[in-house]
Design a protein. Structure first.
Lengths: 565, 565
């Protein structure tokens, strides 16, 4: 290789020791350096081991001596001169304020929370996105001023989180975070949040993008959200004990705007989970819970007003569906009688039992592997019958052809005052009865119980799908195309509430905390202030600087002095 | 109560001892009796204990002495006279032929299979719906004539089923049933069948209404079926060993019309299941299996070309989806490289790992509870990274705001020739980057690997959902709105096929067996003949009568004489 022909790029660096810089400033510095003439690439990082490895991965390997509290600035340039010129501009670029060119508006920025609150006394919220090592102190100050905290910062020590949340709980305040990326309160998005319709679904989540995925999906499905409350990822741990999640559940249970509650997070500590479940079950509104990756045992898929689902997409879909039926689930005694299934198709009967056992017990049947009736002629409690089973078809046509037996049984079940819902299938197609709906309709029309019918068929079937459905519906039946959909309807009619211990009362977080209009004080990322303002919230940006300008030694000296004083 | 004013209805009965009657005739008799003047209700049943209980449940309690082989006819009438007159008409009504008024067409009906086959020599199928105790003999005769059997009858002894199916398998013939309600062969429905579009999905099922529900749902989703082959409910038992199911899988694997195979039934015997799974995996087309009520372990949700699902509805939905991608799954080496996920949202990364582990191993991550990378800067095999994790964000903005790191990593992954798919999330909304797609697009456009993007957001988000999606798609990304949908796409690209033992070869059932035009001979229910004819198939109805007119003693005497002769 010939040095004269192939110009090797040069990598040069500089270090700014032990001082705080806003992340936005660092990003802007990196971009500005990379855009300079003759510069190929630039890296501006706090010199942690991980960050130095990242630089190396981009061929920005710096031999500089620097520690995790030092700012390391590396450029890769065409020539030695270009690199030197770029690095010479670092200090000037670092003085540029994150907001841009700097201006008059900044002159009157408060330097402390106390001053900010003088400007905006009704600010209920303090947003904090300063570096983690400073964030807990700012949060504590906010709580001491009786304000709620949205704590975006990460790297806050666990013991500080516990202390902050305990203090907040005792005072009826909320601490969302640390490491809380997302909230929508009173219609205003805090941190990262999607613009979604206001609506009846209230979210609580220990998972930021989980909340965003669910709120976006809810919006996409045509519904909307009342509140979305991020708790921070560690809230459901044994140490923190789900303090914020419990407060939020309690708040949403009282919030008249919220008709259905969603609870999201990684699988919690078992004791925390039990506590949250009890709290959720006492909500007197439907609650949909999703714990990532947790397999939901069949018998836990629904407990009273509480549903557990096993994928993120189901969360939004079920929540929206429940908003349509929320009234029913609020009833004190939602059980409206026993379910009796009278099926002509064995597989459909089997599917019905598999689905029903999620929310009613016991279920009796006339087929194997389930609780079997001694006498299939007499139903007990919840019963599902396959009328095509051998005992019903000796010398008799299959019930898909001859419905006589089913019509009689339908009247018999309807005469039982303990029966609330009668579930039938109607299987169309060649070979089947020419007009099953026509034969069923008069009996359904005269029935006291709710009649639910699953119709299996196509518009090309000789009976005519649309006509069959219309005939059944006109007779008053609730018609569905799949067993799953029929059971979802039934579930809302007859789901049973278990007896639950009432969870202990919490100091109430006032509803006003999450109601519009929103007013807030922002420490840290100015983009959060801009975003709140763009959404019509009043917000005051604090011109925050770390104690002693980020010099750790000086800061700890100051802190010691303060404690003594 | 006063007998003079309240007319008590009278219940009267008559018995026809030990003779065979067509079920349709019995149904018609019951209806005719119930319609007579002065008659309230009627029951016409073979006098089994269950049937007598059923009568009693309808207040048609008969004190008559009658056994299970006797026909019991009961009427409930206003007066003694009305009852007597009704019963006097029984014999005349019993002589009416099931088809209706009887006519000339019946004169030349063959009385045996041999004669029927002279009329319709190319009939490949024999439909049998005569009572179970006679059905096996008729079926055996059909096999001996080299014909396939659709055996609707139930109550066929298990040992006869095993013998029939073994004989059929050895000769490359099919026995569908006993107790097989449904088949669609060459576009013609046998027994109970819905009129559905012809299309690329072939069904095999040990569950009749299951087949009907799935075929109707497939039609509803806009797709169609090639064949639907019912096997009878006992086929998957240890005794029968899944003979018909295996033959059918083998047949559909060879059928060029069938691009995706569906296998349905109650959970099979374990050995039978293993056999079927091996057969399914050798099909070189996607197979969707659903065993009612069986919980599917996560690692079995997909094995190579075989998917197991856990609800009936999923069967049709997945099968239709797979038809769109069937070509890919047929490839000899479907693995097109490793998957690398570069997420800004931790929850989305977590969801991605949960979904991916269904079809690829091992997956490395930089977050807990999964296989953790020693060095998050270097991906291994399949890797999913949360770029918002602590090690990537010290002194750096969150990747939802600052994508610099992700852009670099995207280039790094793309440079790895072992990488096939790069999976990203783009989370829109307030607080996030103003144009993430715009920044990603040039890198995606230059990428060698397939890039898949999950976009979370709404059309009201400041970045503009539609614009973001369009920008990404124009750059060549495959864009989805949920992690689930993105993974479904990826699954079809990189799903790994395990090494499988080739199942033993079966005597091939010729493809012509299930191809149009259909010609058949029908024993039993005339409605099945009418239905086949209405669908354009050629069919000959046999004027079948039980041996010795249904007199059991005489029949067994005749059989003994025959054996001796």
């Amino acid at each position: 290789m010939n040095d004269e022909e192939e110009t090797e790029p040069v990598v040069r660096w500089t270090v700014r020791a032990g001082s705080y810089h806003d992340s936005v400033v660092l990003m802007q510095l990196q971009r500005a350096l990379a855009a300079l003439p003759g510069v190929h690439d630039a890296g501006v990082v706090m010199a942690t081991a991980a960050n130095r490895d990242l630089l190396a991965a981009s061929d920005l390997d710096a031999g500089a001596e620097a520690g995790p509290d030092d700012l390391l600035i590396v450029v890769k340039a065409e020539t030695e001169d270009a690199a030197r010129e770029a690095l010479a501009r670092v200090d000037a670029l670092l003085r540029v304020r994150p907001g841009g060119e700097g201006g008059d508006a900044q002159e009157d920025r408060p330097r402390s929370l106390a001053t900010a609150l003088k400007q905006l006394p009704d600010a209920r919220w303090v947003l904090i996105s300063v570096p983690g090592r400073y964030a807990a102190d700012v949060a504590e100050d906010a709580l001491d001023h009786g304000r709620n905290v949205f704590l975006y910062s990460d790297n806050v020590p666990l013991d500080r989180e516990v202390a902050l949340k305990t203090k907040a709980r005792d005072r009826g305040l909320l601490v969302l975070g640390p490491d809380c990326g997302t909230a929508v309160l009173g219609g205003v998005g805090f941190g990262f949040a999607n613009r979604v319709r206001r609506g009846p679904i209230g979210l609580v989540g220990a998972s930021g993008t989980g909340l965003q995925a669910v709120m976006s999906h809810i919006h996409h499905l045509g519904s909307g959200i009342s509140q979305a409350i991020g708790t921070g990822g560690r809230d459901l741990s044994a140490e923190v004990g789900g303090i914020t999640a419990e407060q939020s559940l309690d708040l949403l249970a009282r919030d008249p705007e919220t008709r259905v509650i969603v609870l999201l997070g990684k699988p919690p500590d078992q004791e925390v989970k039990d506590q949250l479940m009890a709290r959720a079950c006492s909500a007197e509104k439907p609650v949909v819970a999703y714990f990532l990756g947790a397999e939901v045992p069949l018998h836990e898929e629904r407990i009273g007003n509480l549903w557990q689902v096993s994928t993120l997409d189901e969360v939004a879909e079920l929540a929206v569906r429940l908003t349509e039926k929320a009234g029913m689930v609020q009833q004190e005694t939602p059980t409206s009688g026993y379910v009796r299934g009278l099926f002509s198709g064995g597989t459909l009967a089997y599917e019905a039992v598999l689905g029903l056992r999620r929310f009613v017990v016991p279920i009796w049947t006339n087929f194997s592997t389930f609780r079997k009736l001694d006498d299939p002629l007499r139903s007990r409690e919840h019963t599902v019958l396959d009328l095509g089973a051998d005992e019903f078809t000796v010398g008799r046509l299959h019930p898909m052809i001859d419905q006589d037996l089913r019509l009689r049984r339908l009247r018999q079940e309807d005469a039982d005052p303990e029966v609330g819902v009668i579930l039938l299938d109607v299987v169309l197609g060649d070979g089947a009865h020419a007009d099953p709906a026509g034969e069923l309709a008069p009996v359904i029309a005269g029935a006291r119980a709710e009649v639910v019918v699953v119709v299996i068929g196509t518009e090309d079937d000789p009976q005519g799908l649309a006509v069959q459905i219309e005939t059944l519906e006109r007779a008053g039946a609730h018609v569905f195309r799949t067993v799953r959909d029929a059971l979802q309807w039934i579930e809302l009619q007859v789901g049973e509430l278990p007896e639950l211990e009432k969870p202990p009362e919490l100091p109430a977080v006032p509803l006003a905390t999450v109601q519009a209009p929103v007013a807030a004080v922002n420490f840290g990322l100015e983009s959060f202030q801009a975003s709140l303002a763009a959404q019509g919230a009043r917000v005051v940006q604090v011109d925050w600087r770390p104690p002693a300008g980020g010099n750790e030694k000086l800061a700890s000296l100051l802190a010691r002095m303060k404690r003594r004083g």
